[in-house]
Ligand binder design. Structure first.
Ligand code: HEM
Length: 536
C-alpha cells in the first residue's frame, strides 16, 4: 500500500524555497538581458534621442500615445529625421522619417514578428499574418485581383452601393430643408464593409438601410478594434504565445482566463472564421467558370485549383484572406473618407469644387483632376496609418537624405544598422516635411497636385505605391487593396458631395492615433464623426 504521508512530502519544485530560487533566477536573467542591451556596444550609440519614460516599456507610451500627434514633429525638430528610442525591455528602436532610410527599409525589411503574429492570431495565415516565401506565394496569386483591370468590372457595384447610402441619408434627413447631424463615420464604415463583402466574397452583408440590420459578420468586424484596444499590452507578447503549448490549449486559455476583453476577442475571431469557412464551402458548390462570379474568393479558388504545385495555396490560406481583407479595408477606408470629408468641410474653398458630369466608368472617374487632387492631399496630410513597423533582417549601412548631429556633435551621414534593429517608420512626418513638400506642407491645399511639385519631392523619392506618398506603405508588404480603396473613396465622395453639403458641428472632434487614425468627440466614448448634413 502506498505510504499515506507520500503526498505530504514537499515537491522540491513547488515548495516555497524553490519558488524563491526560480524567482531570483528569473530576475537575474532578466536584468542581465537588460544590462547587456544597455552596455553592449551598439552601432547606434551616437544616434541621439529622448530618454525612455518607462523602465520596461521604454519610449513606447510616447510613440503610441493616442493623442501623440505633436510627438513626431517635436522629435524631428529636436533630433532630426532619425532618432534612437527604446522599446520593450530597453530594445533599441530607430524612429525614422528620413526618406532615404524609409526607402531602404520598406524595400528590404519585413515587419517584426509581433506584428505578423498578432495578425495571424486574429485572421489566420492571410496576407497580413504571413511572412517570407509563404507571403510571396500569396501575393503572386492575389495581386492580379486588385489591379485596375479587375476593378473596372466592379465600378457599377461601387456606385450602386454609394447611391443606396445617399438615398438612406436623404431618408434620414426627412422632408424639411433643415440640416441634420449624423454620425457620418458610422455610415462610411457600413458602406465600406458592404462594398468589400461584395468585391471580395460576392456576398451582401448589409442592406444599408436606416436600421442597423447588418449581418453578424460585419457587426463582429466592427467590434474587433474597440475590443482589441485594451489588449495592446497582450499584443507585445504575441511572438511568445507559441511556447504556451498546442493551439487547442491556447484557444482554451483565450476563452477561459478571466479577462472579458480577451474572451470577447476569442468569440469574434471564431465568428469571423466560421463565416469565412461557410462562404468558402459555398463557393465550392458553384460553377466558378461562370464569369459572373468575379469576386476575389471565387477567382482565387478557381485559380488555385489550376495552380502549379509550387504556387498552390493550402485551403486555410485561402479562407484566411476573407477576414484579412475585410479587416484591412474596414479599419482604414472609412477613417480616410471621414478625414477627407472633414478637411473639405473645414476648407470651404476646397469644397466648392464643381464636379464635371462623369459617366460612371472607371477611367472617367479616375481622370477627374480635382477629385484626384483632393484624395492625394487628404492622404498626404493625414496618413490614416501614421507609422509602420519593420525589423532589419541583416546588418547594413544606410545613407541619410540629410545629415543629423550625433551625440558627440559630429555630423552623421550614414547609419550602421545591426540585424534585429527595430524601426518605426513615421509616414506622418515624412508626408508633412517642409523640406520635401514646401513651406505650406501643413496646409490642406489640393491645388498643389495640379501644378508641378517642388523638385525636393522627386529628390526625396519616397517609395510609395501611390504617387510619391506612403499612405498605403511601400515595398513587398504594401497595401494590396490601394486601388480598391481609391475607387471607393472617389465614388463615395463623388456621390455624396454631389448631393449634400457637409459642415462641422460644435462638437470638439478629436482624431485618435490608434493603429489607424479614428475620429471621436472629446468627452464622449466611441468612434464617431458627427457632421451637419443638408441637401444641396
Ligand atoms: C484608405 C484605405 C487604406 C489604407 C490607408 C491602407 C493602408 C495600408 C498600409 C499602410 C498597409 C501596409 C502595412 C505595412 O506596411 O506594414 C496596408 C496593407 C494591406 N492592406 Fe491596406 N489600406 C487601405 C485599404 C485597404 C483595402 C480596401 C484593402 C482590401 C481590399 C486593403 C488590404 C490590405 C492588405 C491585405 C494588406 C496587407 C498586404 C500584405 O501584407 O501583403 N487595404 N494597407
Amino acid at each position: 500500500m502506498k505510504d499515506p504521508t507520500f503526498n505530504l512530502v514537499p515537491d522540491p519544485l513547488f515548495n516555497m524555497q524553490a519558488d524563491l530560487v526560480v524567482l531570483a533566477a528569473t530576475v537575474v536573467i532578466l536584468f542581465s538581458v537588460l544590462l547587456r542591451r544597455r552596455w553592449k556596444q551598439s552601432p547606434l550609440v551616437n544616434i541621439p534621442g529622448p530618454p525612455p519614460v518607462s523602465l520596461w516599456k521604454g519610449n513606447l507610451p510616447q510613440i503610441f500615445d493616442v493623442n501623440g500627434w505633436d510627438f513626431p514633429a517635436n522629435i524631428a525638430a529636436k533630433y532630426g529625421r532619425v532618432a534612437k528610442m527604446r522599446g520593450l525591455f530597453g530594445k533599441e528602436i530607430l524612429y525614422v522619417s528620413d526618406p532615404r532610410v524609409l526607402r531602404r527599409v520598406l524595400l528590404n525589411f519585413p515587419p517584426p514578428p509581433m506584428v505578423v503574429e498578432s495578425h495571424n492570431l486574429l485572421n489566420g495565415s492571410g496576407l497580413l499574418g504571413t511572412a517570407g516565401a509563404q507571403h510571396r506565394r500569396q501575393r503572386k496569386m492575389l495581386n492580379p485581383l486588385f489591379g485596375a483591370k479587375h476593378l473596372k468590372g466592379f465600378t457599377s457595384m461601387f456606385f450602386q452601393k454609394s447611391q443606396k447610402l445617399r438615398d438612406t441619408i436623404l431618408y434620414e434627413l426627412g422632408v424639411d430643408e433643415n440640416p441634420r447631424v449624423l454620425n457620418i463615420h458610422y455610415w462610411f464604415a457600413r458602406l465600406t464593409l458592404e462594398i468589400i463583402s461584395q468585391a471580395a466574397f460576392g456576398r451582401s452583408m448589409d442592406p444599408l438601410d436606416s436600421k442597423d440590420s447588418a449581418h453578424p459578420y460585419t457587426v463582429a468586424i466592427r467590434a474587433v478594434l474597440p475590443t482589441a484596444l485594451p489588449l495592446s499590452v497582450f499584443r507585445l507578447f504575441t511572438p511568445y504565445f507559441k511556447y504556451l503549448g498546442p493551439k487547442s490549449l491556447r484557444r482554451w486559455l483565450v476563452h477561459t482566463v478571466p479577462w472579458p476583453n480577451l474572451n470577447e476577442m476569442g468569440r469574434l475571431v471564431d465568428l469571423i472564421y466560421r463565416t469565412a469557412v461557410s462562404t468558402y464551402e459555398n463557393k465550392k458548390t458553384i460553377d466558378l467558370d461562370d464569369p459572373s462570379h468575379k469576386d476575389v474568393m471565387s477567382v482565387l479558388l478557381n485559380a488555385n485549383m489550376r495552380a502549379s504545385k509550387e504556387d498552390h495555396l493550402p485551403e486555410n490560406e485561402v479562407i484566411s484572406q476573407m477576414g484579412t481583407l475585410t479587416f484591412a479595408a474596414h479599419d482604414t477606408t472609412p477613417n480616410a473618407i471621414s478625414r477627407i470629408t472633414w478637411d473639405l468641410a473645414k476648407n470651404p474653398k476646397s469644397s466648392t469644387w464643381i464636379i464635371p458630369d462623369p459617366s460612371q466608368l472607371y477611367d472617367d472617374l479616375m481622370a477627374l483632376p480635382y477629385l484626384d487632387a483632393v484624395l492625394r492631399e487628404g492622404l498626404r496630410l493625414h496618413a490614416p496609418v501614421a507609422m509602420l513597423q519593420r525589423r532589419a533582417d541583416a546588418d547594413t549601412t544606410i545613407p541619410l537624405w540629410k545629415p543629423i548631429t550625433g551625440k558627440d556633435k559630429s555630423e552623421i551621414t550614414t547609419i550602421n544598422v545591426a540585424k534585429g534593429t527595430d524601426f518605426i517608420l513615421v509616414v506622418y512626418s515624412a508626408q508633412r516635411d517642409k523640406e520635401i513638400w514646401g513651406e505650406d506642407a501643413l496646409e490642406f491645399r489640393p491645388e498643389r497636385w495640379l501644378s508641378p511639385l517642388p523638385e525636393s519631392v522627386a529628390d526625396a523619392a519616397l517609395p510609395g505605391v501611390y504617387y510619391q506618398l506612403l499612405p498605403f506603405g511601400g515595398g513587398f508588404k504594401s497595401c494590396i487593396g490601394f486601388k480598391h480603396a481609391e475607387l471607393q473613396m472617389k465614388v463615395t465622395l463623388y456621390t455624396l458631395l454631389s448631393a449634400f453639403k457637409f459642415e462641422a458641428t460644435k462638437d470638439e472632434v478629436v482624431w485618435n492615433m490608434h493603429m489607424v487614425a479614428t475620429p471621436g468627440v472629446k468627452g464622449i466614448e466611441g468612434v464617431q464623426l458627427p457632421m451637419k448634413i443638408s441637401k444641396l
